[in-house]
Design a protein around this ligand. Structure first.
Ligand code: SF4
Length: 188
C-alpha cells in the first residue's frame, strides 16, 4: 500500500472536458471507509467533488471522528466560496489544487476571482499551514485572464504556486507515491 491515496469520490462532473482523465484510467478499485484511515494522506478528487460538497464535509468529519490525522487535499475546478459546504471543505483541507479549464465562462472566472480573494483574506498560506495551487490551462493563461481573476490586484503570494497546465490528451499520470482508489461517496 502506498502512503497517499487519490480518492475519487464521484465520477460526476459538470465540465465534460474532451478526453477527461476518467475516460482513460480503467478500473479503479473501490474501497470501504475503513480503508481510507490507513493512508497518510488523502487527495479528494473526482469527477468534481464539489458537486457533492456537503457529503465531502460529512466524510471529513467522519474521518476526524475516527481518529484520522493525516493530511487532506482537494482537487477541484468548481469551488464556489458563496456556498457553505464549499467553504467548509476549503477550510478543512490542508490545501487545494484548483484548475481553471480551457474556454472559461464569465461565471468560471468570477468563481476563481472570489476564491482568490477568499484565500487572501481568510486562509493565506503565509499565516496558515496550507499549500494551495492554481493551475490555469495554458490555452487561457493570458494577462487578461490573470487580470480578470484579480491576481494583479491581490498579488500571488497567498498561493503556493500558480502555473500554466499543458493539457495532454490520453495522459493522466499519477505520481509514483500515489494510489488511485474509488470511494463511492454518493451512496453513503
Ligand atoms: S474537470 Fe476534470 S473530471 Fe471534470 S470533465 Fe474535466 S478533466 Fe474530467
Amino acid at each position: 500500500m502506498k502512503d497517499v491515496a487519490r480518492v475519487i469520490v464521484t465520477y460526476d462532473c459538470p465540465r465534460n472536458c474532451p478526453n477527461c482523465c476518467n475516460e482513460h484510467i480503467g478500473d479503479v478499485p473501490a474501497v470501504k471507509f475503513e480503508d481510507l484511515l490507513k493512508y497518510k494522506e488523502l487527495v479528494i478528487t473526482g469527477g468534481e467533488p464539489m458537486e457533492i460538497a456537503p457529503r465531502v464535509v460529512e466524510m471529513i468529519h467522519r474521518l476526524q471522528a475516527n481518529g484520522y490525522n493525516g493530511k487532506l487535499w482537494l482537487y477541484t475546478s468548481c469551488l464556489k466560496t458563496t456556498k457553505w459546504a464549499d467553504r467548509a471543505v476549503l477550510q478543512a483541507v490542508n490545501g487545494i489544487t484548483y484548475t481553471l479549464h480551457h474556454k472559461p465562462s464569465q461565471k468560471d472566472l468570477s468563481d476563481v476571482c472570489k476564491l482568490n480573494k477568499y484565500l487572501l483574506e481568510n486562509l493565506d498560506n503565509r499565516a496558515h499551514d496550507r499549500s494551495d495551487r492554481l493551475l490555469i490551462d495554458s490555452r487561457c493563461y493570458t494577462e487578461e485572464v490573470l487580470r480578470i481573476i484579480g491576481l494583479y490586484d491581490t498579488g500571488t503570494k497567498h498561493w503556493s504556486s500558480i502555473k500554466p497546465l499543458e493539457w495532454k490528451d490520453d495522459e493522466c499520470p499519477i505520481p509514483d507515491n500515489e494510489e488511485l482508489i474509488y470511494y463511492d461517496l454518493e451512496r453513503v
